[in-house]
Design a protein around this ligand. Structure first.
Ligand code: ADP
Ligand code: MG
Length: 588
């Protein structure tokens, strides 16, 4: 059996690990480095370069060097407005692609090249073939982003045994499963380009995500940019090559200043014959970085609020992401959460280490932990009248399976359109459409067809929808692949909107449901009047006519509660009519 490797496929850096004699270890490449920059460079001819070699080409040939592919994986054009040095292509609404030297690449193809390199490094380090992997993704990744990540793994020749949430993996690497039941931890992850804060609860052997928040455009890169801007003042005529050299020197200085108080920046023959030399102190760096680090505060507060916790309720706070090596960030976290952050692991290696432990759990090398997560948003399908029918509510622990029976709205209908939705709103149009498909069934009178719809979210967080005509057994299973924007901000926005519109939504739902009832009632009353109306007296007929007018008026007014009342009144007024009709039908 080939080993299962654990992979952190990061926006900035990627890592791979494997279990060795019962211990999770991270594997180094041929140059002895464990961190591989998530960068791919496409030369005019020959194989693409991946990692450090590609990273060096980024400044020289930006248009032929793809970075941050993770920002685009599983996303559609129009969803994410990102500025990058290479060209993005695709029609609005179509999967995002990147164009390099006239060739279009899907983000998963680029990610696959990174995974291929990691896989080759691991095979060299382990001395055997590697074909199975656990890959991590941010907790807020939606179904399409998870599917696309899995697809990247497959393109790289890996069977993806499990997709694991990054904060969950990090918590595992920090050994937080040892904290005991009901312990709550915050995972503060500041990487190169993204900030994620997650609050987890460990319960009966599983981690649950209580809340996630963050900013997909906030990280160490912002500190680098601010530093460069500060230095540019002192230099005139900065060529692209000089700019790249300056960036490299400043980033190195930033790293050194995490352990030293001063860093010397020396760039011989920087512009023409002139050299550049300056000393940067930690205090100067902190002055520049502080406003950027401060931007994480609001997100931490929101996450605590969503989890309904105060800092004092937390049992631990762990640091993840290379930028948390900076003392200023640690100081910030200490102040924010009013406790000493746990720094027992390398922050930029914790996620990969956790993925490796999860791989160990899957292969049986590590026991006693199961990892579970929760659904960030409700999932359901459209039912009559444009209403969202929730099948799996938000915050359900996955893996999960849930189903419901549906019937036909129209007699003789031959197919049912299953429209899969994600979101917290009552009306279909306010939620996100994940995809749709048709299930054909045997024509039946209205309300007689029986179609079972089952949603299953597997351990990777991927949704499989099954629809079955219970009469014929005909069924269709569809894995949802189309993308919607479920970034952390989008989830937050959806939740905010659902609260904001809760009352409106409720009255919308009341109206739609009452309207469906009227649509049944009115034709039935008209038909009954035509058949047996003559048997009623004039006052009875006048009352029914009045009640019908009231129903029609309430429909025209779009008023939910009045329509509900008008339906009931019409129902009452037609009791005798209904009785006569039934007696007639039974021949009594
Ligand atoms: P990602 O999760 O985005 O792939 P990482 O966790 O690898 O990224 O973090 C990369 C960021 O961490 C970069 O901005 C890098 O400059 C920063 N970083 C790495 N080492 C240090 C250090 N010693 N001090 C400060 N920042 C660091
Ligand atoms: Mg990361």
């Amino acid at each position: 059996m080939s080993p299962i490797v654990g992979i952190d496929l990061g926006t900035t850096n990627s890592l791979i690990g494997a279990m060795d004699a019962g211990f999770p270890i991270l594997l180094a490449d041929a140059e002895g480095e464990r961190l591989t920059p998530s960068v791919v460079h496409f030369p005019p001819t020959g194989e693409p370069l991946v990692g450090r070699a590609a990273s060096r080409m980024r400044a020289l040939e930006p248009a032929a060097t793809v970075y941050s592919a993770k920002r685009f994986i599983g996303r559609r054009v129009g969803e994410a407005a990102d500025e990058v040095g290479f060209a993005l292509t695709g029609e609005r609404g179509a999967p995002m692609r990147m164009r390099v030297r006239g060739h279009d690449y899907a983000p998963e193809e680029v990610s696959a090249l990174i995974l291929k390199k990691l896989r080759a490094d691991a095979e060299r380090a382990l001395g055997c073939e590697v074909t199975r992997a656990v890959i991590t993704v941010p907790a807020y990744f939606n179904d399409a982003q998870r599917q696309a990540t899995k697809c990247a793994g497959e393109l790289a020749g890996l069977t993806v045994e499990r997709i694991v949430n990054e904060p969950t993996a990090a918590a595992l690497a920090y050994g937080l499963d040892k904290l005991g039941d009901r312990s709550k931890v915050a995972v503060f992850d500041l990487g190169g380009g993204t900030f994620d804060i997650s609050i987890l609860e460990f319960n009966e052997g599983v981690f649950q995500v209580l809340a996630t928040n963050g900013d997909t455009r906030l990280g160490g890169d912002d500190i680098d940019e601010a530093l460069i801007a500060d230095f540019k003042f002192q230099i005139s005529n900065l060529s692209p090559e000089a700019h790249a050299r300056l960036r490299e020197a400043l980033v190195m200085a930033k790293h050194r200043l995490s352990s030293e108080d001063e860093a010397r920046i020396e760039l011989p023959f920087f512009s023409g014959n002139e050299s550049f030399a300056r000393t940067l102190t930690r205090a100067e760096l902190e002055r520049i970085a502080r406003p950027i680090v401060e931007r994480t505060r609001a997100h931490c507060l929101r996450a605590l609020q969503d989890a309904k916790l105060t800092p004092a309720d937390l049992d631990d706070v762990i640091l993840v992401g290379g930028q948390t090596r900076m003392p200023l960030v640690r100081e910030f976290v200490r102040g924010m959460f009013q406790r000493e952050p746990n720094v027992s692991q390398n922050p930029d290696e914790a996620v990969a280490l956790g993925a490796t432990i999860q791989a160990g759990i899957l292969s049986g090398a590590v026991q006693n932990v199961v990892l579970l997560d929760v659904t960030p948003l409700s999932l359901g399908i459209e039912t009559f009248g444009g209403l969202m029918n929730v099948i799996i509510p938000r915050n359900s622990t996955i893996p999960i399976k849930a189903g419901e029976m549906f019937t036909n709205a129209v007699a003789g209908q031959r197919a049912m359109l299953i429209k899969v939705l994600q979101g917290e709103r009552e009306l279909v149009r306010d939620n996100w459409a994940l995809g749709e498909f048709k299930l054909a069934f045997e024509p039946a009178p209205k309300g007689h067809a029986r179609v079972g719809v089952q949603f299953e979210i597997d351990a990777n967080g991927i949704l499989h929808v099954l629809a079955r005509d219970t009469k014929t057994g005909a069924e269709k299973v569809v894995a949802m692949t189309s993308a919607v924007d479920v970034s952390d901000e989008a989830v937050e926005k959806m939740l905010e909107e659902s609260l904001e519109h809760a009352f409106e939504d409720m009255s919308d739902r009341v109206f739609v449901e009452a309207r469906l009832k009227s649509d049944e009632l009115l034709p039935a009353v008209r038909q009954a009047l035509a058949q047996v109306g003559a048997e009623l007296d004039d006052t009875e007929r006048a009352l029914i006519a009045q009640r019908v007018a009231e129903v029609e008026a309430a429909i025209a007014a779009g008023a939910g509660q009045p329509l509900k009342r008008a339906n009931t009144a019409l129902d009452d007024a037609t009791q005798r009519l209904a009785t006569i009709l039934i007696e007639r039908a039974m021949g009594t």
